[in-house]
Ligand binder design. Structure first.
Ligand SMILES: NC(=O)c1ccc[n+]([C@@H]2O[C@H](COP(=O)([O-])OP(=O)(O)OC[C@H]3O[C@@H](n4cnc5c(N)ncnc54)[C@H](OP(=O)(O)O)[C@@H]3O)[C@@H](O)[C@H]2O)c1
Length: 320
């Protein structure tokens, strides 16, 4: 990275999460010596005075805001108020505090849920705010859109900040949330298909028709893309920028691939009476590709690695 040096302190907020842990790994691999983290129990990022005090002390040269209230379709259905309130609270606290305390760079994570439900596919950055997002994740999407606009507004009003918004598509990888209730589709499917195999089930019922198409990107690739952008794209005017792999799969195909990795030979039954969500959510990542970035982890390899991590955690739970 030309703009950051290995002795630049980098605050990874939300370091225990899927993307935050990948970011910390990526920075460590790049030789960063001061990766600053703080447990949520010690610093609730919704509390602005506490955040200001922490930033005053830590003086990071880059803040990577990976903290947020995140979840799949069930989490969005059952906790819509938490999804909007917690994400807004974190943004309202951290982003202005970072500006006030002179943190020069922030990376803010948007989400593909911010795009309109009826968006042309693949979805270019220019389509943001051209229509209404999918209703099932609207509270989350609106909070994320507010964060994105907050970054843009702080850059415009103060001129001294370089706050970048990035829009990764569905992330997965080690550290994912495998809970079928709160987790995203890929991790939840790993958990459910593993459980079906372990119990000797002949079939598994999967919510929805299996037809919606989704794009999946490994968390390590997201962290790598952000580091690439910091090095190659200094101008905040280029942001927000999509981070995707340039291809998607149907949920049915995804379930088949996961079943193959896990070795589940039973039937995958799709329950079309359950909600599907948006029909397709493929990002147009050509701006990032034109800058020269490409993902490294194939979906097959990523599923295999994520499943291996899931198994290792289960072993730890049973032995530890
Ligand atoms: N996952 C995806 O598919 C995806 C896709 C696009 C964008 N994003 C965005 O990327 C960011 C990271 O997502 P992720 O999947 O890595 O999320 P995650 O795995 O759920 O991790 C979120 C992290 O935020 C922390 N956190 C939440 N509320 C906090 C608070 N009030 N104070 C301090 N820490 C708090 C959590 O701490 P604990 O560990 O203590 O709970 C956790 O470490 C989010 O902004 C999300 O919207 C995610």
């Amino acid at each position: 990275m030309t703009t950051l040096t290995p002795d630049t302190p980098v605050f990874v907020a939300g370091h225990r999460g899927l993307i935050g842990s990948a970011f910390a790994r990526r920075l460590r691999a790049a030789g960063f010596e001061q990766i600053l983290t703080v447990p949520r129990a010690e610093l609730d990022l919704r509390e602005r005075p506490a955040v200001e005090a922490w930033l005053q002390e830590a003086k990071p040269g880059l803040l990577v805001l990976c903290a947020g209230r995140v979840g799949g379709i069930l989490e969005n259905r059952d906790h819509p108020a938490d999804m909007i309130a917690e994400n807004l609270a974190i943004e309202l606290s951290v982003l202005p505090a970072a500006q006030k305390l002179g943190v020069p760079r922030v990376i803010f994570f948007g989400s593909s849920c911010m795009y309109p439900r009826e968006c042309p596919q693949p979805m270019p950055e220019s389509a943001l705010l051209s229509g209404v997002p999918e209703p099932t994740s609207l509270p989350y999407a609106l909070a994320k859109l507010a964060g994105l606009e907050m970054c843009r507004a702080l850059n415009a009003q103060y001129g001294s900040t370089r706050f970048y918004s990035v829009i990764p598509n569905n992330a997965y990888g080690p550290g994912d949330d495998f809970d079928p209730e709160s987790g995203h589709v890929l991790a939840a499917l790993i958990q459910r298909i593993h459980a079906a195999k372990a119990s000797g089930a002949e079939h598994i019922d999967i919510w929805g028709s299996g037809r919606p198409r989704r794009e999946f990107i490994h968390a390590d690739d997201i962290a790598d893309a952000c580091c690439f952008l910091l090095e190659h794209c200094e101008d905040p005017a280029h942001y927000p920028i999509n981070i995707g792999v340039g291809g998607d799969v149907s949920i049915g195909e995804l379930a088949e691939r996961i079943a193959k990795v896990i070795g589940f030979a039973g039937q995958l039954r799709f329950d079309a009476s359950r909600p599907d969500g948006a029909p397709r959510k493929l990002l147009d990542s050509s701006r990032l590709a034109n800058l020269g970035w490409r993902h490294a982890v194939s979906l097959e390899d990523g599923i295999r690695e994520t499943y291996a991590w899931y198994l290792s955690q289960r072993t730890e739970e049973t032995t530890g």
